[in-house]
Design a protein around this ligand. Structure first.
Ligand SMILES: O=P([O-])(O)O[C@H]1O[C@H](COP(=O)(O)O)[C@@H](O)[C@H](O)[C@H]1O
Ligand SMILES: [Mg+2]
Length: 561
């Protein structure tokens, strides 16, 4: 079959600037004439050399995903791309895209997701470009794509190319005399193969199924109707012998059943409720595209993502992969509590503090300096790929539990008794008006960077915190020396407590304010208090300092984690 290319005149759209993790907007925005086409053409124009390139394409199955896959196929074909590797029905988790890019050593990938944002005709869609290392494109690449969107005047398309992505196999066509291939692949197979290389599946299976000396370890895994459903069914039920009712919400839905597919205590409340009475030993939930995870122990014992990272970092010897690769350094994003720093110090490993956004870990991994990293935003992962990985995190936890023979709560208590505890909480004020939030951040920055701020005593509820330092976080990449500025306002106190204020980079409209509070309690101190109680005075200081309630017009946050 030989098909011809059509050149379509277009005009730039404002605001096609990718955020923390790709371009995320309302579906209706992507549905405007040429909006999606422009952005795809801009991504392709940023690739050099484009002719002969190979890209992985897939997403979390949300509304508009199928249409976007179709547009990508038609535009890629028209621009000299040699081949697209597409997940069946357009389905690939974000970790699976990263796996495929690396395994087949291709040019990059296009991920169709708005992650944890709700889906459906009135909700969000997203497009993200990943580079040849399998990770989200660097700031310089996304900046280049954005620049191209500002002046774009045409795109190329093959309107008559229709590929059925529901069927596995290859479609080969000739476009202007050159071959173009679409290969539709099983969404799970390559990712499953990688997990089998990393973990001891037989050992995890015997934990889940139990033995003559140990009862079965009961899981409750909630896919929140996101992309992890097929992966969870294949890995946990088929491979690891979990019962069918150990998994719920495993059918991916275009609108995630009307929910926020975000694994936290608010949006995954059904998991928390189901775990409360102690019927299950371990619970987990994932976000829409499968890179985030939340881990719970028996009776919904909550593991903060910051603690999860620290515990895994301290127990990498339970995972076969790290026996092979050795343990390099550790990293966390700046707002993430510093529990892992203590593990790094004990093991005499490098520790990196990066801006929010998984892309910042990629260079360190590529340079062989980073093995495992995480973020407070329910992200955990390692250098097996270049995205955070929800299912990997659960398999890592099960490996640790199988090796130690202890419950999640016992593991955490032991960890705190060894390293002390970093209490942490995050308050989210979602969908606020942008202008007053920007003003709040500006005022706050002026306040915390004024020379008289250091040394001030801030008090609340009988506790006093003395300011050690205030700044707007700036990161210099240790590998390529690139600089990321304005990454969040920090207030550091003499006793090691920290307050961070950021505006989210993953929302699709308005502003979401994030307030992060952390304090440290040594191993000999009170390490078993409720985090909300331990952090109450510090949070009050944070609210007073920023006048957050006045600027956001909210008397309480939308979500607390
Ligand atoms: O949305 P995901 O799962 O891709 O996650 C993305 O957003 C998170 C939160 O960003 P923000 O605080 O700016 O909303 C980041 O921590 C993460 O690295 C990034 O990949
Ligand atoms: Mg995600």
């Amino acid at each position: 079959m030989s098909l011809s290319v059509k050149r379509v005149e277009t005009k730039p759209y404002e605001g096609q600037k990718p955020g923390t993790s790709g371009l995320r907007k309302a579906v209706k925005v992507f549905q405007q004439p040429n909006y999606t086409e422009n952005f795809i053409q801009a991504i392709l124009n940023s690739i050099h050399p484009l002719p002969g390139s190979v890209l992985v394409v897939g997403g979390d199955g949300r509304y508009f995903g199928k249409e976007a896959v179709d547009i990508i196929i038609k535009i890629a074909a028209a621009n000299g791309v040699a081949k697209l590797i597409v997940g069946q029905n357009g389905i690939l988790s974000t970790p699976a895209v990263s796996t495929l890019i690396r395994k087949y050593q291709v040019t990059g990938g296009i991920v169709l997701t708005a992650s944890h944002n709700p889906g459906g005709p009135d909700n969000d869609f997203g497009i993200k470009f990943n580079s040849s290392n399998g990770g989200p494109a660097s700031d310089s690449v996304t900046e280049k794509i954005y620049e191209i969107t500002k002046t774009i005047s045409f795109y190329n398309i093959v309107p008559d190319l229709n590929v059925d992505v529901s069927k596995l196999g290859e479609t080969n066509v000739q476009i202007g005399g050159k071959p173009f291939t679409v290969q539709v692949i099983d969404s799970v197979a390559d990712y499953l193969a990688l997990m089998k290389e990393i973990f001891d599946f037989a050992k995890i299976k015997s934990l889940i199924q139990g033995s003559s000396s140990r009862p079965p370890f009961k899981l409750l895994i909630n896919s929140m109707h996101g992309v992890t459903g097929p992966y969870v069914e294949h890995i946990f039920i088929k491979e690891l012998g979990a019962a069918k009712d150990n998994t719920v919400n495993t059918v991916p839905l275009p609108d995630f059943g009307g929910h926020h597919p975000d694994p936290n205590l608010t949006y995954a409340a059904d998991l928390v409720t189901a775990m409360k009475n102690g019927d299950y030993d371990f619970g987990a939930a994932f976000d829409g595209d499968g890179d985030r995870n939340m881990v719970l122990g028996k009776k919904a014992f909550f593991v903060t993502p910051s603690d999860s990272l620290a515990v895994l970092a301290n127990n990498l010897n339970c995972i076969p992969y790290f026996k092979k690769t050795g343990v390099k350094g550790f990293a966390r994003s700046m707002p993430t509590a510093a529990a892992v720093d203590r593990v790094a110090a004990a093991q005499k490993k490098e520790i990196f503090e990066t801006p929010t956004g998984w892309k910042y870990f990629g260079n360190l991994m590529d340079a062989g300096r980073l093995s495992i990293c995480g973020e407070e935003s329910f992200g955990t992962g390692s250098d097996h790929i270049r995205e955070k990985d929800g299912i990997w995190a659960v398999l890592a936890w099960l490996s640790v539990i199988a090796e130690l023979g202890e419950s999640v709560e016992q593991i955490l208590l032991k960890h705190w008794k060894t390293f002390g505890r970093n209490y942490f909480t995050r308050y989210d004020y979602e969908n606020c008006e942008s202008a007053p939030c920007n003003e709040m951040m500006k005022k706050l920055e002026e306040k915390v960077t004024s020379p008289s701020f250091v040394g001030q005593s801030l008090s609340s509820q009988g506790k006093t915190f003395v300011v050690k330092k205030g700044d707007n976080f700036e990161y210099v990449d240790p590998v390529d020396k690139s600089v990321a500025k304005n990454q969040g306002i920090r207030v550091l106190f003499e006793d090691g407590s920290r307050l961070i204020y950021r505006l989210s980079g993953t929302g699709s409209s308005g502003a979401t304010v994030r307030l992060y509070a952390e304090s440290y309690e040594p191993a000999s101190g009170s390490i078993t208090v409720e985090a909300s109680v331990a952090l109450q005075p510090l949070v009050q200081v944070a609210l007073d300092l920023s006048e957050l309630q006045k600027f956001t017009k909210r008397d309480k946050p939308t979500v607390i984690t």
